[in-house]
Design a binder for this molecule. Structure first.
Ligand SMILES: NC(=O)c1ccc[n+]([C@@H]2O[C@H](COP(=O)([O-])OP(=O)(O)OC[C@H]3O[C@@H](n4cnc5c(N)ncnc54)[C@H](O)[C@@H]3O)[C@@H](O)[C@H]2O)c1
Ligand SMILES: O=C(O)[C@H]1O[C@H](OP(=O)(O)OP(=O)(O)OC[C@H]2O[C@@H](n3ccc(=O)[nH]c3=O)[C@H](O)[C@@H]2O)[C@H](O)[C@@H](O)[C@@H]1O
Length: 389
């Protein structure tokens, strides 16, 4: 519950309660941010989304301790004139709304570009025109591929951090060709970042841009056929969870050689709260938010998730825990991949003193415990049910 003693920012000043217009509040990150704001702060949230399933526990019943501090507004920001009014009556707008599942980037590139660029334009415009602060969610995908990935496979320079560590203010953005529509998302996100940055430079918009590096945890995406479409392809955590729950082999795309650093959602949300409550330190900055210590190949992730799931479910793993699939077979034409993603942490460390805490094993243990509790029974029933003819 929110404490009654004065809360102080990093410079010792009292933090005054604020009203936050959170667009995309019903999604994975939004739901965890709403939890944090309701449980630990006095701020009010105007939660905007087309869905609210992931924040239902915060909205009902009226007797909840934070009743009155969170209001849900079901609206599609593509075409709803109420958006400007909500931004105008807030102190801060946080924009999380986006199509952000890789399976969509090459198969629905137009929707992806509209969602990540065109639909975000009015949000930026209303914030700029009404002198409102904006925290915009971009992505680590704006870095694309590492410089090192273009070096010969046996080049010793590939081991030099200068060729793979991703820094907000110096790393280039390296995307594949236009035919590789995977990059439609990264490119749209990059352009909206540039627009926000330009609004800051030319019109004084007070902004912060967040580049998440694979935040994972409970409530991420959906389990196909249970709380999402049977044919849907979520991000890797939910794909692998689905396979483990159904006792199917985990599918390694193109050998599972790509590398990622995963950060626990609860660690990452701490960083966002610091940005919200320390505008003087966060404004005008672009922040990498990730955990450089949690790097694995996708194959290693699959192996670790298999072990952790066995531990939390009490079930032995299946005989063939993984199988290889080509990216064309799994995602279709136009897929491409980021080879390696390690965030440089200098800026967020200096400005906000933030560091991630949770190891990959620990975060998988709490997340897979949640997945097992939430879905194991529903999956059993779905498997037992005869398919309708
Ligand atoms: N999860 C990550 O690790 C990660 C990594 C990089 C970037 N991001 C970015 O962070 C943001 C949030 O990601 P997430 O993982 O919570 O995704 P999510 O899909 O769970 O949440 C996005 C939410 O936005 C809503 N939304 C989309 N279009 C909308 C519209 N037109 N009107 C109203 N609501 C709309 C969706 O209904 C959804 O609830 C996205 O911008 C994403 O690109 C996330
Ligand atoms: O999370 C992030 O930081 C960003 O990266 C993600 O992109 P990516 O990491 O490629 O997406 P995942 O679906 O999580 O895939 C990770 C890796 O696992 C692989 N994968 C995925 C699913 C699967 O079943 N098997 C498999 O091998 C993918 O090919 C990829 O190499 C998404 O683009 C965004 O949500 C976000 O902006």
């Amino acid at each position: 519950m929110a404490s009654t003693t004065a809360r102080l920012d990093l410079d010792g000043n009292t933090i005054n309660p604020m009203t936050i217009c959170m667009i995309g509040a019903g999604g994975f990150i939004g739901s965890h941010l709403c939890d944090k704001l309701m449980n630990e702060t006095p701020h009010t949230v105007l939660a905007v989304d087309v869905y609210n399933d992931k924040i239902k526990h915060l909205l009902e019943p009226d007797s909840l301790p934070w009743a009155g501090r969170i209001q849900f507004h079901r609206l599609n920001i593509k075409n709803d004139s109420r958006l400007e009014g909500l931004i105008k009556c807030s102190d801060l707008t946080i924009n999380l709304a986006a199509i952000c599942t890789p399976a969509d980037y090459n198969t629905r590139p137009l929707d992806t570009i509209y969602s990540n660029f065109i639909d975000a334009l009015p949000v930026v415009k209303y914030c700029s025109e009404n002198s409102k602060r904006l925290i915009h969610f971009s992505t680590c995908e704006v870095y694309g591929k590492t410089i090192g990935s273009y070096l010969p496979k046996d080049s010793p320079l590939r081991q030099d951090p200068a060729y793979y560590i991703l820094k907000e203010d110096t790393s280039p953005c390296i995307f594949g060709s236009v035919e590789k529509q995977r990059w439609s998302y990264a490119c749209a996100k990059q352009l909206i970042e540039r627009l926000i940055y330009a609004e800051g430079a030319e019109n004084g918009l007070e902004f912060t841009i967040v580049r998440p590096f694979n935040w994972i945890g409970p409530r991420m995406d959906f389990i196909p056929g249970i709380d999402g479409p049977s044919e849907g392809v979520p991000r890797v955590l939910a794909c692998f969870s689905n396979n483990l729950l159904r006792r199917e082999p985990l599918k390694l795309v193109d050998g599972g050689e790509s590398q990622r650093t995963f950060v626990y959602i609860k660690d990452a949300i701490e960083a966002v709260l610091l940005m919200i409550e320390n505008p003087g330190r966060a404004s005008g900055h672009i922040f990498n938010v990730g955990n450089p210590n949690n790097e694995v190949t996708v194959r290693q992730l699959a192996e670790m998730m298999t072990k952790v799931y066995s531990k939390v479910s009490g079930e032995d793993s299946i005989e063939t825990p993984t199988i290889d699939v080509s990216s064309k077979e799994f995602y279709g034409e136009g897929y491409d991949d980021s080879d390696k993603r390690i965030p440089d942490m200098t800026i967020i460390n200096k400005q906000l003193g933030w560091d991630p805490k949770t190891s990959l094993w620990d975060l998988l243990e709490s997340t897979l415990t949640y997945q097992h509790k939430t879905y194991a029974e529903a999956i059993k029933q779905a498997i037992a049910k005869p398919v309708a003819s």
